[in-house]
Ligand binder design. Structure first.
Ligand SMILES: NC(=O)c1ccc[n+]([C@@H]2O[C@H](COP(=O)([O-])OP(=O)(O)OC[C@H]3O[C@@H](n4cnc5c(N)ncnc54)[C@H](OP(=O)(O)O)[C@@H]3O)[C@@H](O)[C@H]2O)c1
Length: 420
């Protein structure tokens, strides 16, 4: 029986983690739940799963439900306390964005295994998370479907059963041994078939219609810009210790192959399943075991018929190049990239800027960034805040400055590496 703490339990990943826990009650106990602002949903979850501890960013709204929580036997504590509870075996990090970083650092510092969905945290603070995890022996277990696929493909190739978590975080060097390339697959997002000229007119509701996955709003917009894949390049770099030039992106519309590893002998391994996040969530939680979960739909390749693969057109997805460059620069550049992107996506969702302004706004923040090369958590926080401030300033200054920075973004795209 593992005791789970779920940060971001009211979100898409959080709710699917609870589905997994509910389906495997003999394996998982829900010890603590943390939400942002959806307190009614949190309360429903508390009634159903009876966690001993709860936290929420909206502390006032949570305090207003104190009686109901007490009746269910749940104590209100902070997200930080929740992530370091002595009784917790695994902390599921399913908060979206930079807000999730500090509880993750606290969990790793307390020696807790972290099942990581919150990719923005490892993007902003990869070296810091790696350092803390190495010091305490805590593991970062990938939840995101692409890193999970790579993790699954690497089983039996590097590491040993008692060093299950591979790569840099346990001091292994797969890049120097069997692995030639990591290949992340990308669906292309909501606008993959739209004429490029129409992209400046898309509405937030259009961006939320992902062709294959049902996810939270921020990651769905990131999938449409392909910033999501850019963040995953940086995530994979830190999780698996493979240099950026050997991490590629492959367009794969069907979202059946979740990623691949190419080996030095010319072999490739791919991990396939139906697009259902409960599978990688469960794999992280039961690792190294694979467990049958009732009522799971299995992949029928004959029914799928054909799978397609292709190159990513770089001119269509400038965010991908921006992310790769930020990762290659290192230091606080990825934190600035991620903070700027979070803010630019929020501005787009609020109708303040166009979809095609997201990349130029991020590029403007990166242009203005003054990096710290070996950052501590305060440097990362500051990089995030300053990058957001640049984006807010540009977005508020209406059309002219946004189109002015677009020229800057086009300049950086032209010089970008871009494997896709
Ligand atoms: N969804 C997927 O299929 C998927 C796949 C791979 C990776 N991921 C990654 O997993 C993470 C979560 O994604 P998601 O799609 O589940 O997002 P989501 O549906 O938007 O959920 C986000 C969660 O974070 C909470 N939250 C937001 N702001 C917060 C704050 N300031 N403080 C504390 N909690 C806060 C939300 O709480 P309230 O709702 O209560 O406000 C919610 O529980 C992201 O990093 C994403 O990139 C998601």
């Amino acid at each position: 029986m593992k005791s789970l703490v779920i940060l971001g339990s009211t979100g898409s990943i959080g709710q699917q983690t609870l589905d997994v826990a509910a389906a495997l009650p003999e394996r998982f106990e829900v010890l603590g739940l943390a939400a942002g602002r959806q307190i009614d949903l949190l309360l429903d979850q508390v009634r159903r799963f009876r966690p001993r501890y709860v936290a929420a960013a909206d502390e006032a709204a949570l305090a207003a439900r104190a009686d109901a929580l007490r009746t269910c036997g749940a104590r209100v504590i902070s997200a930080r306390e929740l992530s370091t509870l002595p009784e917790a075996d695994v902390v599921v990090a399913a908060t979206v964005g930079h807000a999730g970083l500090e509880p993750i650092v606290a969990a790793l510092a307390a020696g807790k295994d972290v099942a990581l969905a919150n990719k923005e945290a490892i993007v902003a603070a990869g070296p810091l998370l790696a350092r803390v995890a190495r010091r305490t022996g805590a593991r970062l277990l990938p939840v995101d479907s692409e890193p999970s696929a790579i993790w699954q493909c690497l089983q039996g190739e590097v590491g040993t059963p008692d060093e299950p978590h591979l790569a840099t975080l346990v001091g292994l060097a797969p890049s120097g041994r069997a692995v030639a390339r990591l290949i992340l697959t990308a669906s292309g997002g909501a606008f993959r078939d739209w004429p490029q000229g129409h992209l400046s007119r898309v509405r937030p509701a259009d961006a939320l219609r992902h062709p294959t996955w049902r996810m939270g709003p921020k990651i769905t917009v990131d999938a449409a810009t392909m910033m999501n894949k850019g963040l995953e390049i940086i995530e994979a770099h830190w999780l698996f210790g493979v240099p950026y030039e050997r991490i590629e992106v492959l367009l794969h519309r069907e979202s059946i192959v979740h990623s691949l590893v190419a080996f030095v002998d010319g072999s490739m391994k791919a991990q396939c399943s139906l697009p259902d996040m409960r599978l990688p969530i469960q794999y992280a939680l039961t690792f190294p075991e694979r467990v049958a979960r009732p009522s799971v739909a299995h992949l029928d390749l004959a029914a799928v018929g054909a799978l397609s693969f292709g190159h990513v057109p770089p001119e269509r997805y400038p965010c991908l190049s921006l992310a790769r460059e930020a990762g290659q620069h290192g230091g606080t550049y990825p934190a600035a990239l991620s903070g700027a992107n979070e803010e630019a996506v929020a501005c787009f969702m609020a109708g303040q800027v166009a979809f095609t302004d997201v990349a130029p706004l991020v590029a403007a923040a990166l242009d203005r960034h003054a990096p710290v090369w070996e950052p501590e958590i305060d440097d990362i926080r500051q990089a995030d805040e300053l990058a957001r401030a640049v984006v807010r300033e540009r977005a508020a200054a209406a059309a002219q400055p946004v189109s002015a920075v677009r020229a800057g973004a086009e300049r950086s795209d032209a010089g970008a590496a871009g494997s896709a």
